[in-house]
Design a protein around this ligand. Sequence first.
Ligand SMILES: Cc1cc2nc3c(=O)[nH]c(=O)nc-3n(C[C@H](O)[C@H](O)[C@H](O)COP(=O)(O)O)c2cc1C
Length: 163
Amino acid sequence: MKTLLIVYHSMTDGTRQMAQAAASGAGGELAVQVRLLRAPDAGPQDVLLADAYVFATPENLAAMSGLMKDFFDRTYYAALDRINGRPYAVLICAGSDGRNAAKQIERIATGWRLKSIAEPLIVCTHAQTQQQILRPKQIAPGELTRCRDFGAAIAAGLSIGVF
Ligand SMILES: Cc1cc2nc3c(=O)[nH]c(=O)nc-3n(C[C@H](O)[C@H](O)[C@H](O)COP(=O)(O)O)c2cc1C
């Protein structure tokens, strides 16, 4: 049995829906246990015990969200040199960009010597005004299907050992 750890943070629910969709896609793979944890609830032991990772965050102020950064700050050194070579992928929920948040996570993953197994999947909610940005998000069904397929592909690869 392999374990896929999905760690996420979400302020207006978009990233949570994406992470949940990826988890339900991955959950179709019987040989893979999926653990979906909010960033504040995830710690070093969760990282050490997983075989693969999905990191999911909003892009806030051209960066990953503060609580996602806090997760990495709390786990980075405890896991350093103990998870080398494990596969990972990234989900980003952004208003209009998302690339900086993805790049920050990629740099941390490079430090951890993780292996990227997919291009970051970025969903843009097109929220522009203050009101739109602060409103709860509803991720479009087509985007959630992409997230579900993303999770399913990672779990399938993990179960047959292609990574
Ligand atoms: C404080 C703040 C800063 C933001 N900065 C960015 C940004 O730099 N780039 C971007 O594309 N979207 C930005 N957004 C928009 C969010 O990424 C977008 O609303 C997304 O849906 C948030 O994900 P969530 O619903 O999981 O919280 C920002 C939102 C907030 C609240």
